[in-house]
Design a binder for this molecule. Structure first.
Ligand code: CA
Length: 249
């Protein structure tokens, strides 16, 4: 198994602070993007905590003996628990200091174990999979507009410009408990996984992302994606992590 990855975060063109954070841990095959929000310093603290806590919780989970549990179920459940535990700790931290009150963060995680990709998320940061020349959004946004689209109350087009499009319905830190979505997929050679914050997905559609991913080397593509999001206004922080499966043996 060989995975090559690249990650980048950018403050964008309008904001003074970058409240996104990311992790690229090739050794653990763990990739994370978090998009924080809240207060003066709360947003960047929440996203940074999410990344570091998810890393330490997942590391601990991978060392555990699965016992009689099916190994795939062990990781699936363990990943959900690791992220929920990170959320609980962020919530606890938010109570420690008035400046951190109300802080929260999205999180999206790709963890590769054996030949499986485990994708977990909370909030509206996304994972896309590029396979066989097509790109597919793998995560359902936990946001007001995405839920309204799924319920048939808004069209995709209406959602794109809706005034409440930034309202998310799940986050780490807002509450002590959080529901984490986890899915498992078999890896295929040449799969490319793109993790991003809404600073990217709000500015480029899927096909524009695919064009840039296909036109550039892996190490260059994240920067090119960020450049285009910035050229279109860059109102939000932009984070991109790209991981490619070069060998599944
Ligand atoms: Ca954002």
């Amino acid at each position: 198994m060989k995975i090559i990855s690249a990650g980048i975060t950018d403050v964008g063109r309008r904001r003074s602070r970058n409240e996104d954070a990311f992790l690229v841990n090739d050794e653990m095959r763990l990739f994370v993007v978090a998009d924080g929000m809240g207060g003066h310093v709360g947003g960047s603290l929440a996203s940074t905590l999410a990344v570091t806590l998810v890393e330490s919780e997942v590391e601990r989970m991978l060392r555990e003996d699965p016992g009689d549990t099916d190994p795939v179920d062990h990781v699936r459940q363990g990943l959900a628990k690791a992220i929920a535990s990170a959320g609980k700790q962020i919530h606890g931290k938010a109570l420690d200091n008035p400046e951190w009150k109300g802080m929260g963060t999205t999180v999206v995680v790709l963890l590769v174990v054996d030949r499986n990709a485990f994708i977990a998320h909370v909030g509206d940061s996304r994972v896309y999979l590029v396979r066989d020349k097509t790109i597919r959004q793998m995560t359902d946004d936990h946001s007001l507009v995405a839920e309204s689209v799924r319920d048939g109350l808004l069209t995709e087009e209406q959602a794109k410009t809706h005034s409440l499009r930034n309202v998310i319905t799940r986050a780490l830190g807002f509450n002590p408990e959080v529901e984490v979505d986890v899915q498992v997929h078999s890896l295929a050679k040449s799969d490319r996984y793109l993790l991003c914050s809404d600073g990217l997905s709000g500015k480029l559609d899927d096909h524009e992302m695919l064009d840039i991913l296909d036109a550039n080397p892996l190490m260059v593509a994240p920067r090119e994606l960020v450049e285009l999001a910035c050229a279109r206004g860059g109102e939000d922080n932009i984070t991109v992590v790209l991981a490619r499966v070069d060998d599944v043996a």
